[in-house]
Design a protein around this ligand. Structure first.
Ligand code: NAP
Length: 284
């Protein structure tokens, strides 16, 4: 059995499911549309937004891009969000991060209607994650759960160590694992003797943003290893938060970079758009 968790393959199954949902919704008279707001000309954001448009086209979701200049004022951005919130023909709204520093990111994310918040960054959706009754989940943690389920990884009773406590990956990831009965430890930059903790992990999820941060001595034999970060190594080569070559021999399952968590994050955005469309049209 391969140790590699093939994110591309699992994501393509999600995309097939989404494409079928888009068809079914279309047949009952509901087109599905996603609005993407991008402020400024950050090159990485451009790449991500182009990916989103391509993914939407692949599954039949209408994508609408709202490209605003870098000097856009807060009021103009808020007015656009209000307008998109009110439009019945738009099911999902996201604002590509980062936004220019003069804008209030918290206010922007809180302005998106929770039922259209396909990134699940709105405080209401964050609250639902805490309560364990959420419908819209942040895309990266949701994608990781989908991978673990697809690989039939046993979660109940297992020790899951999450390295990273960001609002978009680490914290919601920990809550989703807790919901599925894992015993969860969250580590961060102030954690003392992190290797001693990570060595206890049955499931180790690294969302750090540092090339090859997780080394072989930090991993228990047979652990499931999920690497979220996408970094460049000393030679400029794309690599993850996990030292793949050194850790792979000890792992029972491991994600590659690229082709691991990345494609899952992209696929879950489209799944969220379907969930939002169904919610808004009261379709189960
Ligand atoms: P982030 O907001 O920068 O958070 C990084 C976390 O890592 C923080 O909680 C930080 O701790 C912790 N950390 C940093 N250095 C550490 C150290 N030496 N020891 C222990 N913990 C340390 O990043 P993020 O948004 O969670 O994303 C993490 C990485 O995943 C980034 O590289 C990002 O680009 C990538 N990413 C990939 C995908 C994908 O689809 N593949 C999706 C989202 C993000 P403190 O809180 O103490 O500072």
């Amino acid at each position: 059995m391969s140790k590699l968790i093939d994110g591309k393959k699992i994501a393509s199954t999600v995309l097939d499911r989404v494409a079928q949902d888009v068809k079914d919704l279309g047949q009952s008279g509901h087109e599905v549309a996603l609005a993407v707001i991008v402020v400024g000309d950050d090159p990485a954001s451009r790449v991500y937004v182009n990916h989103k448009k391509k993914d939407c086209a692949q599954v039949g979701i209408i994508s609408l891009e709202y490209a605003l200049p870098a000097d856009t004022e807060q009021a103009a951005l808020m007015a656009l969000i209000t307008q998109l919130n009110e439009r019945k023909d738009i099911n999902g709204i996201l604002c590509q991060l980062p936004i220019p520093k003069h804008l209030d990111e918290k206010a922007v994310l809180s302005a998106i209607a929770p039922e259209k918040d396909v990134d699940a960054f709105h405080p209401v959706n964050v609250g639902h994650i805490m309560l364990g009754d959420c419908l819209l989940l942040p895309c990266t943690p949701a994608g990781i759960m989908e991978m673990l389920h697809s690989e039939e990884v046993e979660i109940t009773g297992k020790h899951c160590v999450v390295i990273g406590r960001s609002n978009i990956v680490g914290k919601p990831m920990a809550m989703l694992m807790l919901k599925e009965n894992a015993t969860v430890t969250i580590c961060h930059s102030k954690t003392v003797d992190l290797p001693a903790i990570s060595r206890q992990a049955d499931i180790l999820i690294a969302a750090v943003g540092r090339a090859k941060f997780v080394t072989a001595d930090m991993v228990k034999q047979g652990a499931v290893i999920i690497g979220v970060g996408m970094n460049r190594d000393e030679n400029g080569k794309l690599c993850g938060d996990v030292d793949f070559a050194a850790v792979e021999p000890k792992a029972s399952l491991i994600t590659p970079v690229p082709g691991g968590v990345g494609p899952m994050t992209r696929a879950m955005l489209l799944q969220n758009t379907i969930i939002a469309a169904k919610m808004q049209n009261k379709i189960k």
